[in-house]
Every structure is written in C-alpha cells, then in structure tokens.
Design a protein around this ligand. Structure first.
Ligand code: ASP
Length: 439
C-alpha cells in the first residue's frame, strides 16, 4: 500500500518541525511519496518564505538590489539544514537563483523556489529521491493545469522510484517556464501525486486536527468533523472553510482516494477523513456550518413577471455582460432577487442596473447591501425531519431576521441570508441547536 503525504508550511517552518515530520514519515513504511510546501511562519510575527520570495523578486524586477533579501531567505534554509545536522549546501542553488532573478525568470519561478529548496532538504534528510515537478507536472497553452499529460508522465516517472520527494505548488508551462498553482497549491500537487501512484490514501498534514464544525473564531472550541464527503466539503470550502485548497479534491476524488487531514503537532489525532461516500452516521444532523459576509441583493420587481417567458434570462444576461457571478436567485410572483458579491458588483452596479432596465424593463430595482450568506451543510439532513424548522426557530430565538432561504435540490445544504451584523450570532445559534443541545 502507498500513502502520499503532504506537509504544509507550518509543519516545515523550522528544524524542529522537520524533525516531527521525519518521525511521522518513518513511523509508517507506506508513506512513500512526500510533498513539501515552502517553510511557513514560525510564529505570528514571522513571514512565509513564499512571501519573502515574492518581495525579493519584486526588487529584482525593478532592477533594485535584492541581495540582502535573498540572503535572509538563504538563512531560513540554512537554519533548517544546520538544525538537522545535514551535510548539504545550498550555495550553488542560491547562485543560480540569483542569476535567474537578474535575468527576470518570472514571478512564478521565484515563488516556486520555496518548495524546490525545501524539497532538496527533505530528500536529503529522508534519503529519498528528489523528483522535480518541472519535469512531471504540466500546464497547457492557456496556463491551465493539464491533468492527462501530467498523469501519464508522472505515473511513468514515479513507477521507477520507490520513495520520492516531489515539491508542491509548481510545474512547467507550455512555454517551458516554471508555473505555479494559486496560493496554497501544494495541496493540489499532493492530490495529483496520489492519483498518479494509485495511493490508498492522501494524507494532508497541517497545523490543525482537521475540519471543525464551525469557525473557531466564531464558536468557542467547536467539535471536529470526523468524516465528510467530497460534496459536503465543496459546499463548506466554497463558503469559506479553509483547511484544504478548493481545487485539491478533484484529482483524488475521481480516483476514489480518500484524503485524511492530520495535525503534525498532534499526530495521534485521527483528523478528518474526506471520502466519496460513507455509511458512517454523522455525529450530528449537520456536518458543518460556514459562511461569508459582503453580499448585495438586487431586488427586481415587475407586475405579472411570472407570466413573462424569458424574464429571468434577460435579467441574468445583464450580469453576464459585465462578468458578474451570481450566487443565488430566489424569486416570487412579481419579484426576483439576485445575490452577488459586493466587491465584484460595486464598481459596475449602475451599468448592470441600466442593462437590466434595457433588457427586462422592470418596474423597479432596489439594492440591499451588507448581507451575509450562511451554509448549513450535512448529508444527514436528507433523512432527518424538521432540520429547517430547527434552524429557523434557533434563529428566531436569537433575534436574527432571515432575509433569504435556499435549500439546495440535493438536500445537502440550506443557505440562509442574514445581515452582516447578525452573521456571528446566527452561526452560534445554529451550532448550539445542533451540536450543543442536539435538539
Ligand atoms: N508556498 C505556497 C504558498 O504559500 C504554496 C503552499 O504552501 O501550498 O501559497
């Protein structure tokens, strides 16, 4: 059996953290392929190496002196090497990086060096082979990840190596230049590697013991989620629950490989299992609650709207014309409301309003801002009567006015719109009723 293990930046921020990681890997012979991130923060005031690289390269691009900044980055790596007593020198690597910075090799190249160098250290520390994603992870002409080419090449490459370190976050573009995923993208690399080697499990090691039922900044000491399905996770991460990169589920999901989120600082915790499907009964009716602030409701009114064929399409094409995504579209007999993200909509609001007037000729349009959306997600809701009733009575008791309700057709989630100012109260009230009092 093969396990692919990815370690996040905070798990690799210092020699001490590397030692914990080494212990975890060596304790299980199935942990054969390792994906490191770049060194993260050692404390709250520290800076991630990736951010240091971006800042350093910005100087290089402006043809300013970047030597001091690059030295600081080298010091981060040297302190890990020395702390682990490794016989490894990054002298030559840094010379090459400096030359490439001067030659303006690109911002993605610069950022990718964080993972590249950490990968060299990790491979040396574990005695594993180093496999450079620049030779095995591909992006196409449009800059999109190329899953088929990658899977073929990576599979072939890794079939020849029993144990390897593959740095996260980057690959190579169609133009031969280094290209990165979006921030936090080492999670995606781990998933790609897990698929290529047909892993039995993709372990994603971070600094928390998995997903929590609610955001710990809102609810005190929320319960952990033991098992969650990919679909539930999509709903929650879309609404802001961030432990894993949103895109990381796709490669393993299609291959039926479960993800196990684990805590490097508490390896005995079982963490969260992310699976395709499960017969494990969720501990509570709901699996998780997440939400986002900063939405605007565009309320459109027109008498006898319900009899007008194509009204909805005309309204939505006004949003499409200005490249605005909509979130939800609840409608009534003579009204239709479109929920959009405030920051995206703000600069274009008047243009969109006049386009709606042109296309759909409504009687009136009104905007309501400062709204928040909350997603209550759970595979258990489908088979439980009265879930919605409990949510709304909890909100009524907490004096929260509900402005919008949308139950997804899969019965996997209920989305509730409230004022920004009621956001935290609403989440606490929903958590209380399902998890604390378990009514
Ligand atoms: N080091 C990159 C970042 O900070 C990628 C990652 O850590 O996954 O975004």
């Amino acid at each position: 059996m093969i396990k692919v293990v990815k370690f996040g930046g905070s798990s690799l921020a210092s020699a001490e953290q590397f030692a914990k990681v080494g212990k975890i890997i060596r304790s299980d012979a199935e942990r054969k392929y390792v994906i490191p991130s770049a060194p993260g923060k050692r404390n709250d005031k520290d800076t991630k190496v990736t951010d240091m690289l971006y800042a350093c390269y910005a100087l290089a691009e402006q043809e300013e002196d970047f030597r001091v900044q690059l030295m600081k980055i080298k010091e981060r790596y040297d302190s890990i090497i020395n702390g682990l007593n490794l016989k490894l020198s990054l002298e030559e690597e840094f010379k090459k990086i400096s030359e490439n910075f001067k030659a303006k090799a690109g911002v993605d190249y610069a950022a990718s060096r964080g993972e590249y160098l950490n990968g060299l250290i990790m491979a040396n520390y574990l005695g594993y082979e180093f496999v450079d994603p620049a030779e095995a992870i591909f992006f196409d002409e449009n800059g999109e990840f190329d899953p088929d080419k990658t899977n073929t090449v990576l599979k072939e490459r890794l079939s020849k190596v029993e144990r390897a370190v593959v740095p996260g976050f980057y690959g190579v573009g169609a133009d031969g230049k280094i290209k990165t995923f979006s921030r936090g993208g080492s999670d995606i690399t781990g998933s790609i590697v897990a698929k290529a080697v047909h892993a039995s499990c993709y372990e994603n090691w971070t600094d928390v013991s998995g997903f929590l039922v609610a955001d710990p900044r809102i609810v005190e000491n929320p319960k952990p989620i033991k098992t969650i399905t990919y679909r539930e996770l999509r709903e929650l991460s879309y609404m802001g629950a961030s432990v894993l990169h949103e895109e990381a589920v796709f490669p393993v999901r299609r291959a039926g490989i479960p993800i196990n989120i684990r805590n490097t600082n508490a390896p005995e915790d079982e963490g969260t299992w992310i699976v395709e499907s499960t017969c494990h009964k969720p501990e509570f009716t709901i699996t998780g609650i997440a939400g986002k602030k900063g939405f605007v409701a565009v309320n459109i009114e027109k008498d006898r709207m319900n009899t007008e064929v194509g009204f909805g399409r005309k309204v939505l094409s006004a949003f499409e014309d200005y490249g605005i995504n909509f979130e939800h579209v609840p409608s009534g007999i003579d009204t239709m409301t479109v929920f959009v993200h405030h920051p995206e909509f703000e600069g274009k609001e008047q243009a969109v309003i006049s386009a709606i007037h042109r296309y759909a000729k409504p009687d009136s349009i009104e905007l309501e801002s400062d709204l928040a959306l909350i997603a209550v997600v759970g595979r258990g809701m489908k088979s439980t009567r009265g879930t919605a009733g409990r949510i709304f009575s909890a909100l009524a008791h907490a004096n929260v006015n509900v402005k919008m309700i949308d139950q997804g057709s899969s019965e996997l989630n209920i989305i509730i719109g409230v004022s920004n100012s009621d956001f935290e109260t609403a989440i606490k009230a929903i958590y209380d009723i399902f998890v604390v009092t378990r009514l």
